[in-house]
Design a protein around this ligand. Sequence first.
Ligand SMILES: [Zn+2]
Ligand SMILES: [Zn+2]
Ligand SMILES: [Zn+2]
Length: 316
Amino acid sequence: MNVEDFGYFAFLVVIALIAIPIRRSRKKKKKQRSRNRYYSTYNPQVAHQTYQQQVQYTMTPRSTFDMENLLEDLKLTDAPVIQRAINGFQVETSEDHRYSLFSEIKIIEQQNSFLKVYCTLRKIIPSSLEIRRRSSIVVQAQNEIKIPQLDNFFSIVSEHQDMWFAILHNHELIHRFENLKDHLEFLYISEDHMVAIVDKDYAVRPMLDLTLVLHENLRDLAGDVSEYHVEQLKCYNCDDPFDPLEEVCDKCGAQRPRCMICYLDLKPSDKQEVVKHPCCQIYSHKHHILSWLKKNNKCPNCHTDLSHWSKKLLLQ
Ligand SMILES: [Zn+2]
Ligand SMILES: [Zn+2]
Ligand SMILES: [Zn+2]
């Protein structure tokens, strides 16, 4: 081999040493990409999908409830605002709808294959009622209301025992409760909302109807107590309604609107007295954060120095 041939051979070896590893790593990357694509079809759908897509999503074989049927059964398909909720839907009802007692109805499928129904009441007479399936009770409650026909199935509790005893004694109501005895786990009616847990989608409508009748009777009996409008707690970021136990907005992921200083919920009508911290995107009543900053210049949440901001706030 002469020097020229040797040079050419060495050149070929160098090219091969560079090209082979590059080709291998390219192949590896390509393989990874296709694997990623494969997995991405299983990613959960993004939050801002339309309601129609969400209904299809909830009707994949894994879901035990037929949400679309449920909407039709409740005659809610024409409601002006039907939105997605994680594993379910939420509907704003109009004043002339059958369920106009509720300004909003939210139905969510829970992991243990129960349905949670949450409704914000439009107006209510101040009172509360809690009904639990007897088999799921560990400790006997004190204010129990004794309705002999229902005693084997439900534990019924309220602070307004006499009033609710009179109402629940109504035969029509007893009959409705008996029909629900195998499907109703829990029903709670408070001053401003109602929550129920049922195990079958076809139990939702009788349960909502039962609540309507309960409310009618309550109004007849406590007629001298004036009703008042309920203001619903809504996400400060996207206006999605919050239920009483929700800590994070199920639509946009924002925190429940709460004053950082007094920890009270912040209703939409509080917005004028509320300020957003520049440091960590949380809220406080303006006068509460101002009195906090008088003693301490730092954000109570993230400890950023806020002395400049407090001067600005005072001028507003
Ligand atoms: Zn939100
Ligand atoms: Zn406050
Ligand atoms: Zn902060």
